[in-house]
Design a protein around this ligand. Structure first.
Ligand code: COI
Length: 352
């Protein structure tokens, strides 16, 4: 791997007011693909703009995929990544769905470790903060025919981040979307592809204008069952049982989702992966049994939800406060991620 270090390191932002995804570190990892050469040598180079022809495939037909994982650093300077192998596995599944070449997961993980080590000063150490890792692949053919690109660019950029939501751990207000849909079975819902996010913007903006943080998507066929929130998977606690929509082909198989299920079961909670209808949520709320609601995601971590609104009916969850199970789960997951608790499931990958 070739490494070229920057001669002009950037001024670092104030780590106390990072927000999400606004600042980028000094270097990035890049790797190009052509049918003749396959994947070429990985390179770490100074973070800079790409030069792309206006006709580049991804700019027209969104043949692009991405991932999100996080690097952490403790006060002693030990750097770790949380389940990055899972991200690269999912990346390759997304690549197959979008007709893109797969990457060598082990080699890219080694490249990522090197990049993160070079950028160690960019990793915040406070709880709730991390260095967000964004691996991405785009189709780069300069051509307008609708077919899979032949050439590709893979890159990883890094961004020091705080909480995803501007209001941190204050419970979010979620609008249950009954007009637009995110994905249908057979579509690209379970791939982490760019178009899924573009298609979600309209509903998100309309919900924001009504005072909500995000939307909860329902299934495309019946508009009846909960699927996911645009940037996180969704969990409900109904009468003491933790329930989350079962993966059905149109829901993103979240790595934090999977980790949350494992941790909750290990804590002794009953967790069910199954269909959850809006009617069930309304009934549970009426009966005082919708105890808690939270979202899970790499960016969102564990985010409490304090209100769900469906067709004008507000369901206030746990008095709009972060619930007990949500709090315990947040503490357990972030403690493993930050190296403060034993890594009993073998999820933490050491970088240095
Ligand atoms: C993540 O949680 O890492 C995501 O990719 C969600 C969002 C920021 C797009």
């Amino acid at each position: 791997m070739k490494i070229t270090l920057t001669k002009n390191p950037k001024q670092k932002p104030d780590f106390n007011s990072l927000g999400f995804g606004k600042y980028f570190s000094d270097h990035m990892l890049v790797m190009d693909y052509t049918p003749e050469t396959g994947w070429q040598e990985m390179e770490i180079i100074p973070y800079d703009e790409f030069k792309l022809a206006p006709s580049t495939t991804v700019l027209h037909y969104a043949q692009g995929i991405f991932e999100g994982c996080k690097a952490y650093k403790n006060k002693e300077g030990k750097i770790t990544l949380f389940r990055p192998e899972e991200n690269f596995k999912r990346f390759n599944r997304s690549a197959e769905r979008l007709c893109m070449p797969t990457i060598d997961e082990d080699a890219v993980l080694e490249g990522l470790k090197k990049l993160v080590e070079i950028e160690s000063d960019w990793i915040p150490t406070d709880v709730g903060k991390a260095l967000y890792v964004r691996p991405t692949m785009i189709g780069t053919d300069p051509a307008l025919g609708v077919h899979a690109s032949h050439s590709y660019k893979f890159f990883i950029i890094l961004s020091p981040v705080g909480a995803y939501y501007a209001h941190g751990l204050t419970p979010t207000k979620i609008y249950i979307e009954d007009v637009y849909v995110r994905a249908a079975i057979g579509g690209t819902g379970e791939a982490k592809c760019m178009g899924n996010y573009a298609a979600s913007l309209k509903a998100g903006e309309e919900a924001n204008a009504k005072g909500f943080d995000q939307v909860l998507w329902l299934d495309a066929a019946e508009r009846k069952y909960a699927e996911e929130v645009g940037s996180m998977n969704i969990f409900f606690v109904i009468d003491g049982v933790v329930v989350t929509p079962a993966l059905n082909g149109s829901i993103l198989p979240g790595i934090t989702r999977k980790s949350a299920i494992t941790v909750l079961k290990d804590m002794g909670y009953k967790v069910e992966e199954r269909k959850v209808s809006v009617d069930e949520l309304i009934e549970a709320h009426k009966a005082g049994k919708l105890n808690e609601c939270f979202g899970t995601g790499t960016a969102a971590v564990i985010s409490p939800v304090g209100q769900l609104t469906y067709k004008g009916v507000d369901m206030i969850v746990n008095n709009g406060e972060m619930g007990e199970i949500t709090t315990k789960l947040y503490d357990a997951i972030t403690s493993i991620q930050m190296g403060k608790a034993e890594d009993k499931f073998g999820w933490v990958v050491k970088v240095n």
